[in-house]
Design a protein around this ligand. Structure first.
Ligand code: NDP
Length: 448
């Protein structure tokens, strides 16, 4: 008789949990995973994937306009929200099936119910069943933060936005981070009147100032309104069903939908972690060491619940490293430097490595190269938007410390250049590379 029901019990079948389950099982572990909602987690079900499909869907607004300049006649073009929404939902269903198959194909037992921790080696399912496991992995992710707003029940978050019955004519979005600005771009392109309100006058904190300073006027030129230093205080439903938004500074906005995107917090409430002596951090996160082990030796955590870097590919790496370490006899950690990231605003931004500000803190003096250019594809565009790339270079070693990009396809281009930055290549090696002409990406090797 085995001492425990399973070698590994994973709570949460998102990006980190599914990867950890699959890899642990491939190392011979007996694995089970409990998921209270849908297999796939935030990224697949109500995050990156459906969001990106909405971005693609909304891009047609610009493309159709530009097509006329290239000689195309587009007659009777009109947009139907329900078609896009339902297409996105059906693709999410497809992916959920694929993730579920991954679990079963790897002999991972799947419990479609909530599980809570009841001790260092025990969990209890919602059905009441108690299960023992040698190792428990917490991979429950994070949940949208709802600030104190009088009338918060009238607001939606990124959880609900994919299911709107109709495209709102007027949207107020609180926050100026990833989610707020990505959805501002989607709604704006689809024809909604969008107002972004934020508590500060900063957008996309953490990105290089040259990117955010260039992005903001472009978003404004596309028609997105901004009210800075005006967090929402109250939302009331009016007699005609529309919403009235009042900010702390007394501004009033009428809206058909109010979306709040003010960060995401680890979803550990009610998870029973205290029963196993797991210490939690200030935002409810599970602090872990470099091998993803919590303060309770049999309990590990990966992904957003640890509040390290809230990005899917990072959670996947952490889940994989955890499984290799604990079940594959190959201790592995995750490198948190040189993580490429992108914001799918319209146009998007993307970056890897140090911002100019960060590099100055580390290196004192840095060399900066900038290219401000008009992308060829924008020549006929309704909006004469420019692109902008920036390299931050260490003056002593010539190593490229950071690449920051703003313009069409920036995320696609950045993934490739991130390899060069991760590899520690120098500016001279960038310059040695022959340009691929005509492309936007050639700017990366032409900055002098
Ligand atoms: P972000 O942390 O990106 O932005 C939060 C925004 O909300 C900021 O503008 C911040 O203002 C504001 N804010 C924070 N707390 C409060 C508060 N209590 N009251 C009012 N305003 C507040 O969070 P998101 O929700 O947009 O996204 C969550 C995370 O999800 C991201 O950090 C990212 O890791 C991930 N994500 C990644 C995406 C991608 O890779 N493309 C896409 C979507 C999400 P201020 O800056 O002024 O303090």
């Amino acid at each position: 008789m085995a001492e425990f029901d399973y070698d590994l019990f994973v709570i949460g079948a998102g990006s980190g949990g599914v990867r950890a389950s699959r890899i642990a099982a491939s190392h011979g572990a007996r694995v089970a995973v409990a998921e209270e909602f849908r297999v796939g987690g935030t990224c697949v079900i109500r995050g990156c994937v459906p969001k990106k499909l909405l971005v693609y869907g909304s891009h047609f607004a610009h493309s159709l306009h530009d097509a006329a300049q290239y000689g195309w006649t587009i007659e009777g073009a009109k947009f139907d929200w329900a078609t896009l929404r339902d297409f996105v939902a059906s693709d999410v269903d497809r992916l959920e099936r694929a993730y579920t198959s991954t679990l079963s194909n790897n002999n991972v037992e799947h419990f479609a119910e909530r599980a809570v921790v009841t001790g260092p080696n025990t969990v209890r399912l919602a059905s009441g069943r108690e299960i023992t496991a040698r190792i428990i992995l917490i991979a429950v992710g994070a949940w949208p933060v709802m600030p104190e707003i009088d009338g918060a029940e009238h607001c939606i978050t990124s959880n609900e936005v994919f299911h709107l019955p109709e495209l709102p004519k007027r949207v107020v979005i609180q926050g100026a981070g990833y989610i707020a600005l990505e959805f501002a771009g989607i709604f704006n392109a689809l024809g909604s009147a969008v107002t972004v309100v934020n508590r500060s006058d900063k957008i996309l904190r953490g990105y290089d100032h040259d990117l955010t300073e260039r992005l903001l006027p472009v978003l404004k030129a596309r028609g997105i309104e901004f009210a800075f230093n005006h967090p929402i205080e109250q939302v009331t439903r009016q007699d005609d069903g529309t919403l009235l938004v009042r900010t702390s500074g007394g501004k009033l906005f009428e809206a058909d939908a109010v979306m709040v995107a003010t960060g995401r917090q680890p979803k550990t409430a009610g998870l029973g972690l205290e029963s196993a002596g797991v210490e939690l951090g200030a935002t409810g996160e599970v602090p872990v060491d470099e091998y993803n082990q919590s303060s309770c030796p049999s309990i590990y955590a990966v992904g957003d619940v640890t509040n390290r870097v809230q990005l899917t590919p990072v959670a996947i790496r952490e889940g994989h490293a955890f499984a290799d370490t604990v079940f594959g006899k190959t201790p592995r950690t995750t490198a948190y430097d040189h993580i490429p990231s992108a914001v799918f605003t319209q146009p998007p931004i993307a970056a890897v490595g140090l911002t100019e500000e960060q590099a100055r803190l580390v290196h004192g003096h840095v060399k900066v190269f900038k290219s401000d250019f008009r992308p060829m594809q924008n020549m006929f565009s309704q909006v004469a938007e420019r692109g902008f790339y920036k390299l931050v270079v260490a003056p002593d070693t010539d190593v490229v410390l950071g690449v920051h990009m703003f313009g069409p396809d920036a995320p696609e281009i950045l993934q490739a250049v991130a390899i060069a930055v991760k590899a520690g290549l120098t500016k001279a090696q960038f310059d040695d590379t022959v340009a691929l002409h005509p492309s936007m990406a050639e700017e990366l090797v032409l900055m002098r």
